[in-house]
Design a protein around this ligand. Structure first.
Ligand code: IPD
Ligand code: CA
Ligand code: CA
Length: 267
């Protein structure tokens, strides 16, 4: 295993311990609102702290971009860690056992290492640039389909950006009519990891943040899939509008998304 992936795994497992401990005592968790339907708990902050400490112990000069801490600039900006300490906070708060820790490392602007860890199931998804993707050390691959029939797509509702409800629902309806079924499980990181593992055939969501998607993007690519924005371009990190699946299916998914792109969604 690449030494930096090894540290990412250690950091994710440390955060996982923090998350599981608090999930067992949910009544003690403090919740604060940071935006419309957007919450941060004492667990998000403590898990992020555990990740930062683990990374800083080995790589004190690297830059860290954390959902809760913002940008912690290191003296070596070639290495950027992008972390979501708890992806699926709404599930966590409600006691729904489906959430994950997501950690990615970019080297000179390119995704290089990725870990998504589901602490409830003990599932560790990992990827290293050019070396494939794994689930608990077993190789995983994106499922290939030529069209949408018999597929299951994962998605997320735009619950933090309700101004996009109409456009989103139009895309959803158009896709739903052609697919076998849809899943809205509540963790974009796990949605992407499940695409990589072939558990779902594709994923799309509006308005995600870099820490939601960085590790998942490398997992999907290393599992043989493709990640784009809603126009088929590579602006998804900026726009937050993301589609992931096998190359062939992605073209089909975009056919149902494109007609519903308004001004805000085509950027
Ligand atoms: C959220 C989850 C959710 C997605 C939201 C994300 P958070 O992340 O990934 O599935 O629909 O858009 O913001 O806030 O739980 O880290
Ligand atoms: Ca997230
Ligand atoms: Ca989060």
């Amino acid at each position: 295993m690449h030494p930096m992936l090894n540290i990412a795994v250690r950091a994710a497992r440390n955060a996982g311990k923090v998350i599981i401990r608090s999930f067992e005592q949910l009544d003690k968790v403090e919740i604060e609102s940071k935006g419309s339907n957007d919450f941060v708990t004492s667990t998000d902050t403590a898990a992020e702290q555990a990740i930062i400490e683990t990374i800083r112990n080995s790589y004190p000069d690297h830059t860290i971009i954390g959902e809760e801490s913002g940008v912690l600039t290191g003296s070596n900006d070639d290495y950027q860690w992008i972390i979501d300490p708890l992806d699926g906070t709404t599930n966590f708060i409600k006691g729904i056992p489906h959430f994950a820790v997501s950690i990615a490392l970019k080297v000179k602007g390119k995704l290089d290492q990725a870990v998504i860890f589901d602490p409830i199931r003990g599932e560790l998804f990992t990827a290293s640039r050019g070396k494939g993707a794994q689930l608990n050390n077993m190789r995983i691959r994106v499922k290939a389909h030529k069209d949408l029939s018999a597929t299951i797509l994962a998605t997320g509702f735009p619950f933090k950006h309700k101004q996009h409800t109409k456009a989103y629902m139009a895309m959803f309806t158009s896709l739903f009519e052609k697919t076998s079924d849809m899943r809205r499980a509540g963790s974009a990181a796990l949605d992407l990891a499940y695409v990589a593992a072939g558990r779902v055939d594709g994923f799309f969501e509006i308005g995600l943040k870099p820490w939601d998607t960085a590790a998942g993007e490398l997992l999907v690519i290393e599992a043989g899939g493709l990640v784009t924005d809603f126009t088929g371009g590579h602006n998804h990190t900026q726009s937050g509008n993301i589609v992931a699946s096998s190359t062939r299916l992605l073209k089909e998914i975009l056919k149902d998304i494109r007609p519903h792109l308004g001004e805000a969604l085509s950027k």
